[in-house]
Write a protein that binds this ligand. Sequence first.
Ligand SMILES: [Mg+2]
Length: 104
Amino acid sequence: MSEKKQSELLNPGITDLVLGDVLEERKRQDAKWGEQTHHPHGWLAILMEEVGEAAKAALDTWDDPIDIDAFREELIEIAAVAVAAVEDWDRTAGFKAWLEAPAS
Ligand SMILES: [Mg+2]
């Protein structure tokens, strides 16, 4: 990273807008699915599904450049899922119960 401080790199207006959109997406996810608790592998699968959807949205813009908003929406969903996984981590002390459970 350059010698600029991180705080100098952020554009507060844009950052606040994006984080607001991520928060709205988190609320939408909670309304749809409720509080989620998953094994780390489950979170990774969910996150990669969203990454796949973002990749599809990006590739689709070659055929339909008007649909670029779909790519942004998928990026927000990726961020919201990552936040949900971190929330799960914090609620469960680092997925302690999952990781200490005997393998089945
Ligand atoms: Mg998606």
